[in-house]
Design a protein around this ligand. Sequence first.
Ligand code: NCD
Ligand code: ZN
Length: 351
Amino acid sequence: MSSIQTMTLVKPDDWHLHVRDGEVLKDVLGHTASQFGRAVIMPNLKPPVTTVALAKAYQSRIESQLHVLGKSDFKPLMTLYLTDNTPASEVQQAHAEHMIGFKLYPAGATTNSDAGVTNLRNCYKALEAMQKLGMPLLIHGEVTNPEIDVFDREAVFIDRILEPLRNDFPELRIVFEHITTKQAAHYVRDAHTQDKKLIAATITAHHLLMNRNSIFAGGIRPHHYCLPILKREEHRLALLEAATSGSARFFLGTDSAPHSKGLKENDCGCAGCYTAWNALGLYAEAFESIDCLNRLEGFASFFGADFYGLPRNSQKIVLVKKPHSVPSELPMGKDVLVPLRAGQTIAWGLQ
Ligand code: NCD
Ligand code: ZN
C-alpha cells in the first residue's frame, strides 16, 4: 500500500454519465460538476434523445442548471440514441452540431432501452455515415437473448455482434462502454487497428472495486445491481489491470446512474449504481489497492480527451487520502437515492 496522502491531477472528465432530467437533474448534476471538467451525457431519457433537436434542448436544460449551480465551466458532451430508424442525415447533422457520438443500446438491454436497436442491420446507413465522418459509436455491449446467461451477455456480444460489426466497418470508431469482463478488456487491448483511435473502452469505479459476491453479501444488495452486472473476481482483476496498464485505450466512465431508493429496493429493482457523489475517491481507492495511483491521471484526465480529439483540461484538482463519509441518502427530486457506500466511508476524495 502506498503512503501518498495527497495527489494533484489535471481535472478529470467522466466519459459515461447518466444525469436524467427535470428535478432529478437538478439534484445530481452538481456532484459530477464539482469533480469533473466534462461528461458524456447518456441519452436514455424517456422518451430517448434520438435527434439533434432533442439533444440540443437537453443540453440547454443541463446548461441552465449548471448556471444555477455556478458551474458553467463544466461542459456536457451530448450523445444521440441510435434507433432502427436513425437516418444518415441525422448523423451528418449531429456531426455538424458537435455532438460527441451515438449510443447503441441493444433493445431491452438496460434501463430505458425499449426504443433501442433490434438489429444492427437496420442501422447500416447511419453506421456508414458515422464511419465516414469519424463519429464514434458508444456501445452498450450485451446481447439480449433471454437464453444467454446474464453473466455471459458481454462476452457473447463480442463474438456475435462486435466482431462482425468491426469486420463490416473497419474504420468505425468505437467505445466499448462500461466493460465488465476479461474478454472485453483483452479484446480492446489486443484489437489490431492501423489508427490508434479506433477502439477504446470505459471502465466504472464499481466494476474495479466489486465482484459479483457483492450483490449477495449477507443478503441481496439491490444497490450493487447494475448492468452489465458485476462479474467474477478474475474479471475484476482483468479490469483493474487494463485501467492501470497505462494503455490509452482505457479511460474513466462512471456510468453513475441515479434511481430512487424505492425503485432500487423493489420487487423488480432497477439497474444502476450511483457513484457520482465521490467518484474520484472510489477510483483512487481502486488504483491504490494495487499501488498504481501514478496511473490514475492518464486514465482519468488524458486518455478520454485524446480519444475524442478534445483538448485536455488545464485546471488541476487535489485528492486527499482521509476517510470521506458517504451520506446514507441523497435528495433526488421528490424521492431520495442511495449512493454507493451509503453510510460508510471512501478512503479518498477532493480536498
Ligand atoms: C443505466 C441507467 O440506469 O440508465 N443503468 C446501469 O445499470 N448501468 C443504464 C446503462 O448504462 O446500462
Ligand atoms: Zn450507462
